[in-house]
Design a protein around this ligand. Structure first.
Ligand code: PDD
Length: 293
């Protein structure tokens, strides 16, 4: 069965799906995206992803290519045509095709591309096996709350991690505080058991997985603090983990070569993965009426 992509109103064979060379996404990275996990046939945190997409589009004054409801239907159709039960949906919207000029084209017609990829079902043991991360300066612009397709600093950070034999990089601001990973949010658990996540402002992407974890722990006996943490604090932490639509809750067992805790996934990380999964699979599901600044 050949893969099917959705491009501007058409379902096309993946190998033939194309956008024009003067698409502003290609020329200026003038666009936004979302990555949504598909778990046992269900989009995880769909509402949150569409709300964040609205925030990104509004911040950049890019028009919706279609309303939210038909967009959801197209997402389902792409999933159905590709018969994906477990995987990822990628959705990208750009300011469309126009002769190259920095100023917005008038009128502009947004480009919409949706693809899906199959992935193995969530494997808790694999997520808890733990990864190594490095820390690297955060080279990005100041509006990281927008899920922009302009990802060059993230690409460089991730590549630096791979070349160092690690799997992810935590980006660090000019004050020495961790912002987030190249494609994940960063969390630690202090020696006294406090769960720490940086507050969502313009410095980080407000992860939908992050929001789901925060919602899921509301009625748990867990001390949660919203504040930045330094690289030193992270290296000395009892536990560390990352979150994203791709990684869900994934243990971090080494930072810059130093073992975290006893070098294995921590107790709270294990518990949070269970809580998160139960919450995402549950009837209520996440509400994710987040603050998008
Ligand atoms: N990345 N921070 C950054 C910089 C990200 O790119 C991502 C997601 C996250 C986590 O967000 P969420 O929980 O909504 O997936 C945090 C996606 C998966 C990507 O670029 O592939």
């Amino acid at each position: 069965m050949s893969k099917i992509a959705y491009v501007n109103g058409q379902y096309l064979s993946h190998s033939l799906a194309k956008v024009h060379i003067e698409d502003r996404g290609y020329q200026f990275a003038d666009g936004v995206y979302e990555v949504i996990a598909i778990h046992e046939g269900k989009f995880l945190g769909e509402k949150g992803h569409l709300n964040r997409l609205a925030h990104s589009l509004e911040a950049l004054r890019i028009d919706w290519p279609m309303d939210k409801r038909p967009l959801s239907m197209v997402m389902r159709e792409v999933r159905r045509r590709n018969r994906v039960r477990n995987g990822l949906l990628y959705l990208q919207i750009t300011r469309g095709v126009a002769p190259r000029d920095h100023a917005f084209p008038n009128p502009s017609v947004s480009t919409l591309v949706i693809t899906v990829t199959k992935r193995p079902a969530i494997d808790k043991a694999e997520l808890l096996a733990g990864i190594e991360i490095i820390t690297t300066p955060d080279l990005r612009w100041k509006r990281r709350d927008i899920k922009s397709i302009s990802l060059l600093p993230n690409v460089l950070a991730k590549q630096a991690a791979i070349e160092a034999g690690a799997q992810e990089a935590w980006q660090v601001d000019e004050k020495g505080f961790v912002t987030e990973g190249s494609a994940t949010n960063a969390w630690i658990v202090t020696k006294s058991g406090e769960l720490i996540t940086r507050d969502a402002g313009e410095e980080i992407l407000n992860g939908i997985t992050r929001l789901a974890i925060l919602e899921a722990v509301q009625d748990q006996d867990i001390k949660l603090l919203y504040r930045p943490f330094s690289v030193t604090e992270a290296r000395d932490a009892r536990e560390a983990f990352i979150s994203s639509s791709n990684s869900h809750v994934r243990a971090v067992t080494k930072i810059d070569g130093k073992a975290i805790g006893n070098g294995l996934a921590g107790e709270l990380t294990r518990r949070l993965l269970d809580i998160y999964m139960e919450f995402m699979e549950g009837e209520g599901g996440p509400q994710q009426e987040a603050r998008w600044n």
